[in-house]
Design a protein around this ligand. Structure first.
Ligand code: ADP
Length: 315
C-alpha cells in the first residue's frame, strides 16, 4: 500500500519519505505542516487493533462498484445468503460500510433492529443463525443523517466499524463499500492492511458507461495492492416472465464485462439477470434464495459463490 495520500500533489514524496513536507512539490499542500512534523508517518495504532479484532475472520472481501445503482448492495446481500446457505457451519458477516446509503438493514429484512454495545464491542444483528450484519443504518437517528458527513467523520466511522464489532468466528466477512473510489475505500484498505484482505469483488452492469468506472476501480485495486477476486455483471439480461423473450436492458455495446475481463486478465465470476421478483424481495427484505430457489438468478449466484470460494482459498 502506497503511503501517498489521496489528495496529494502530483510529485508527493509520500508521508514516510525523509522529504515529507520539505520537497518542492509539498509547497502549498494542505498537509505540508503535518508531514514536515513527522506526525503523518506514524502508523495509526488502529491498524494493529483491527488486525487483532479480525483475527477470527478467515476471509475478508471488499465489494466494490464503479457507479451507484448497479446492484452492489443487492449482490452483497445475495452473496451473504448464498454463502450462509451452503453449509450451516459456514459463518458469514456483512459489514455495511456504504455510509451515505446503508441499505443492508432493509434488503436483509432487519430494519429497526437495535445493535448492542457490550464489553467485547458492538454485537452485529443476526439475520439467520449463520448470517450477521453490522450497518451504519442501525446507528443513525434518521436515514438521512450520514449524507452530510465529511471525509474525516466517515473515515472515523469505518475505523470504528472495523475495530469495534465483535463478529465472533467468521468464515467470510463481506464489506459493502460506497460506489467509486473515495476516501472511505482508501481508509478501509489501509486499516485492513495488516488484517489481510482476501480481495475484492467488483459489481457492474454491462453498458460501457458503467464499465468505464469499473476499469478505474480495477486500477485502484492494482494501485493499493488489493487482489481482484473477480467481476460480477448484474442485470445483464431480462427474460419476460410472460412471453420468455430475452432482452438486453443495458446493451453491452463494447462486449460487456466478459470482454473487459478478458482484456484486463481478470476473472469473470458470472452474470445475474434482471429479475423484478428479486427487486421485490429486496424491497420487502425477504430471502430471494428461499423464495425462488430454482430461478435463473439463484442458479447463476450459486456458481458465482463457488468461484469466490475457490478464489479466496487460492488468495
Ligand atoms: P447499489 O448498491 O449499486 O447502489 P442496489 O443494490 O441498491 O444498488 O440496487 C439498485 C436497485 O436495483 C434496487 O432497487 C435493487 O432492488 C435493484 N436491483 C439490483 N439488482 C437487480 C436485479 N438483478 N434484478 C432486479 N432488480 C435489481
Amino acid at each position: 500500500m502506497s503511503n501517498v495520500p489521496d489528495n496529494a500533489p502530483q510529485h508527493c514524496p509520500g508521508t514516510e519519505s525523509q522529504d515529507a513536507g520539505k520537497a518542492s512539490a509539498c509547497a502549498g499542500c494542505p498537509n505540508q505542516n503535518i508531514c514536515a512534523s513527522g506526525a503523518a508517518s506514524i502508523p495509526d495504532p488502529a491498524i494493529d487493533i483491527i488486525k487483532n479484532r479480525l483475527s477470527n475472520v478467515k476471509h475478508k472481501i471488499l465489494i466494490l462498484s464503479g457507479k451507484g445503482g448497479v446492484g452492489k448492495s443487492t449482490v452483497t446481500s445475495l452473496l451473504g445468503h448464498a454463502l450462509a446457505a451452503k453449509n450451516p457451519d459456514i459463518n458469514v458477516g456483512i459489514l455495511d460500510a456504504d455510509i451515505c446509503g446503508p441499505s443492508q438493514p432493509r434488503v436483509l429484512g432487519v430494519r429497526g433492529e437495535q445493535v448492542h454495545n457490550s464489553g467485547s464491542g458492538w454485537s452485529p444483528v443476526y439475520v439467520t443463525d449463520n448470517l450477521s450484519l453490522m450497518s451504519i443504518g442501525f446507528l443513525l437517528g434518521s436515514p438521512d443523517d450520514a449524507v452530510i458527513w465529511r471525509g474525516p467523520k466517515k473515515n472515523g466511522m469505518i475505523k470504528q466499524f472495523l475495530s469495534e464489532v465483535d463478529w465472533g468466528e467468521l468464515d467470510y466477512l463481506l464489506i459493502d463499500t460506497p460506489p467509486g473510489t473515495s476516501d472511505e475505500h482508501l481508509s478501509a484498505v489501509q486499516y485492513l492492511s495488516k488484517a489481510g484482505l482476501s480481495g475484492a469483488v467488483v459489481v457492474t452492469t454491462p453498458q460501457e458507461v458503467a464499465l468505464l468506472d469499473v476499469r478505474k476501480e480495477l486500477q485502484f485495486c492494482d494501485k493499493v495492492g488489493v487482489k481482484v477476486l473477480g467481476v460480477i455483471e448484474n442485470m445483464s439480461l431480462f427474460v419476460c416472465p410472460n412471453c420468455k423473450t430475452r432482452s438486453e436492458i443495458f446493451p453491452a455495446t463494447t462486449g460487456g464485462a466478459v470482454q473487459m475481463c478478458s482484456d484486463l486478465d481478470t476473472q469473470m465470476l458470472g452474470s445475474l439477470p434482471l429479475d423484478p421478483l428479486l427487486a421485490r424481495c429486496c424491497d420487502e427484505g425477504t430471502d430471494f434464495l428461499q423464495a425462488l430457489p430454482n430461478s435463473p438468478a439463484v442458479i447463476a449466484l450459486k456458481d458465482i459463490v463457488d468461484k469466490i470460494i475457490s478464489a479466496c482459498e487460492s488468495a
